[in-house]
Write a protein that binds this ligand. Structure first.
Ligand code: SF4
Length: 202
């Protein structure tokens, strides 16, 4: 059955397919422009995300927003952010394989509908799923690969940057590389946006 973005969102917001439905406060479907050409993907919601129903809020999300702003990206304007799993696992445990298997269809459908030209994976789990099952963030962050016609790159998860700020310059380099890739494959991302001059690291 073909489905549009709003129909998919509505289906997901009422989903009871796995036991995470019993403990969640909100389903965290995704945020941003469903017509964006640049998509960010993380693993799943934490406590703040569960409470607010939006991905990457809280301290990690604020840091992510600063990195985005440094390269003229804004979750409210020209990108889309989603997660592999839409409901928070209790006590921030990792999602179980069965929960990922039940939920991943929503992300796959989001990608199919949004049709991004670029996907940035935030952290190891999303990078392993999207790019390569053995992906190592510290070694392979910032490297571009093309899959199914979509340019993909993995970089540091913002929560990991809060734990280890020494990696912030590396993440900033990845964001500069992302900006170059956007200019190359989907410059319309920056249409109507007053570009910053020299980006500053947050
Ligand atoms: S985690 Fe995914 S599959 Fe499980 S209830 Fe939430 S939306 Fe449904």
């Amino acid at each position: 059955m073909s489905m549009n973005y709003e129909e998919l969102r509505s289906l997901c917001l009422h989903c009871q397919k796995c036991k995470l439905a019993e403990t969640r406060t909100n389903v965290v479907f995704g945020v941003g422009d469903p017509n964006a050409k640049v998509m960010f993907i993380g693993e799943g919601p934490g406590e703040n995300e569960d409470l607010q129903g939006e991905p990457f809020v809280g301290r990690g999300g604020q840091l992510l927003d600063k990195f985005l702003a440094a390269v003229d990206l804004d979750r409210k304007k020209n990108i889309y952010i989603g997660n592999m799993v839409k409901c928070r696992p209790p006590k921030n445990r990792d999602p179980e394989p069965g929960e990922v298997a039940e939920c991943i269809g929503y992300l796959n459908k989001q990608i199919e509908l949004i049709q991004p030209k670029i996907i940035v994976c935030l952290g190891r789990i999303a990078s392993c799923y999207m790019i390569n099952p053995t992906f190592k963030v510290t070694k392979e962050h910032g490297q571009w690969t093309q899959k199914n016609g979509i340019w993909m790159m993995g970089t540091f998860h913002p929560a990991a940057l809060l734990r280890n700020p020494n990696n912030k310059p590396l993440c900033f380099e990845d964001m500069l590389s992302l900006r170059d890739k956007i200019m190359e494959v989907c410059p319309e991302t920056y249409a109507g946006i007053e570009l910053l001059g020299l980006p500053q690291m947050p």
